[in-house]
Design a protein around this ligand. Sequence first.
Ligand code: SAH
Length: 235
Amino acid sequence: MDDPDPPDPPGGARPPRAEALAAMLAAIDDDFARTAADTGLAAMPAPVRAAIAAVPRHRFVPAQAQARAYENRPLPIGHGQTISQPFIVALMTALLELQPQDRVLEIGSGCGYQAAVLAQEAAQVDSVEIVPELAERAAATLAGLGLARVRVHKGDGHAGWPAGAPYDKIIATAAAPTLPPAWVAQLAAGGRLVAPIGEREGLQTLVLLRKNPRGELQQQRTIAVRFVPLTGGAG
Ligand code: SAH
């Protein structure tokens, strides 16, 4: 009765979950088209589409939200936190331009969905989560899907994850008023960092920071976003 992952019903019809996923991908396509001028991305890149299609979002969503698991919206996951909107997950993944050998740091595991998407395209993902219960649940969900490339760590992501630095790519899924220096320090030369920067309550700007091979930084603003605030540490 409480099976979080009931099988699709047998029969000739296309399974409802495949239809819901197709509709979600179409909605993400629309959002990419709508925001192209601000993101510099004309469409969802094929590897990102494949990664989104490969991750069963319903496995990351609590029982009471199962019916909405494939809507292109954020959903509550408990502890006052949310699973990010699929378009935002796809956009942030696209902005990182992941390579198969990449080692990635995520700040804010939440349910682990973004980490699972990252793991489709990268060699290793270290994800730091400040709420212990969420970290444990995310680790269990990811392990249940066989995603051993993701390691979930309990801790305050303001400090990044020094033990694993430097990282080729860094992504933050909670909003900081300014970019924490530890993240920039832990970004490898040639690396990319994507984070929502700005007001803790309200809108932030999704920022792409590039560190060139000489260590010089270049920052690009993309779209307005609304993330939960980074807690702990300096805040
Ligand atoms: N990545 C998630 C969305 C996470 S929501 C997804 O795939 O849907 C933001 C998460 O950041 C929350 O789980 C919150 O608990 C966590 N968080 C907030 N402040 C943090 C901090 N200082 N360090 C690590 N995680 C933090």
